[in-house]
Design a protein around this ligand. Structure first.
Ligand code: UT7
Length: 320
């Protein structure tokens, strides 16, 4: 595969930490020192599917294509309003593509969804199943937040990023792994209103339950380990990587990974301070911003690393 266009879209409402401390027992000081997050974007009167479609349309436009040139749509998300129909089919309709056109598929791999989908799309292109794939990662994380739960509500934001992929030799190396640990991050169907007991015995009404410290520890360990391994598999040194695009969950997690790898800060762009944790949308948002601002250039070597519910870890290296 190779990336021939990128796009992104964010909701207009900016919510800062002081606004959250109006109704939660929290503070700007706690949130910024523990996570690095200062503001996040939250969907208000927009529709989630429109945000996803906007990112998709921008990526198609940047690729110099029109929607009818797309012959596969993949969408990573865990927060679609509907369990079915899948978001990729809704995006297809919103783009004005009148079916029956091409396959559409949603991927639920939480924060790793974009990286894992890139890996799958490479296989679809390599086997000739598709020629121009639209891959969208769109998340409305604030939909599943319990706004009375300070442990989670302060962490998330909404956003969408997209890429258009065509046949090429950009993908250098990848490694996606799952350790079956269903309890570390759980988001259950919000319609399920009864108290929920995890295997660890945490009793809660919240749809989202996360063992923050454990996720933190696993994220740093798995990312540092997999980044080193995938780089070595590719026959590269860490110094050969121009940009490390890490999933944006917590600035401290990313700083710990960076220190472990002993690489300079300027290779690690961030957006968690402005957008919060946007789950699988965080890496394509970084990518689109880097390309549009001219920091990421053709020929650069990019490493992407994400981690999240499952517990899944995904690392991928590509030549842009
Ligand atoms: O996208 C992937 C999924 N998620 C992640 O990657 C998240 C990974 N984990 C983290 O980012 C961090 O563990 C958190 C930001 C979630 C928490 O940071 P921490 O430094 O690990 O804090 P902690 O869990 O040790 O909690 C410290 C204290 C607790 O109080 P006590 O028990 O020490 O009295 C919490 O109740 O901070 C309290 N606390 C808060 N205080 C003010 C938790 N949330 C808040 C809050 N405001 N919003």
């Amino acid at each position: 595969m190779k990336i021939i266009g990128t796009g992104s879209a964010l909701p207009k409402k900016v919510v800062n930490n002081d606004m959250l401390s109006d109704f939660l027992e929290t503070s700007d000081e706690w949130i910024t020192t523990r996570t690095g997050i200062s503001t996040r974007r939250i969907i208000t009167d927009e529709r989630f599917e429109d945000l996803a479609t906007e990112a998709a349309a921008r990526a198609i436009d940047a690729a110099g294509l029109c929607p009818d040139d797309i012959d596969y749509i993949v969408c990573s998300n865990v927060s679609n309003l509907y369990i079915t129909p899948h978001l990729s089919s809704i995006i297809m309709g919103n783009l004005g593509m009148k079916g029956p056109v091409c396959p559409t598929m949603d991927v639920n791999a939480a924060c790793v969804g974009f990286v894992q989908s890139l890996d799958v799309c490479d296989a679809l292109l390599a086997t000739g199943r598709a020629h121009n794939i639209l891959l969208v990662a769109a998340e409305e994380c604030t939909r599943f937040c319990d706004w009375n739960d300070r442990n989670c509500a302060v962490l998330f934001g909404d956003g969408a990023g997209a890429v258009v992929l065509t046949k090429g030799n950009s993908l250098i190396s990848s490694k996606i792994t799952t350790i079956p640990m269903p309890d570390v991050i759980v988001y259950r169907n919000p319609m399920e209103a009864t108290p929920f007991e995890t295997r660890e015995g945490i009793d809660t009404h919240s749809a989202l339950v996360m063992k923050g410290r454990e996720v933190f520890r696993m994220a740093v360990t798995s990312a540092a380990r997999d980044i080193a391994r995938v780089t070595e598999d590719a026959g590269l040194k860490l110094e050969d990587i121009d940009h490390f695009l890490l999933h944006q969950a917590n600035l401290r997690i990313n700083e710990a990974i960076r220190e472990n790898l002993r690489q300079p800060q300027e290779k690690f762009p961030t957006n968690v301070q402005r957008f919060g944790n946007t789950s699988s949308a965080s890496i394509p948002l970084l990518l689109d911003e880097g390309i549009r601002e001219g920091r990421i250039k053709q020929g650069d070597t990019i490493l992407m690393s994400a981690f999240g519910a499952g517990f899944v870890s995904g690392v991928l290296i590509l030549k842009y």
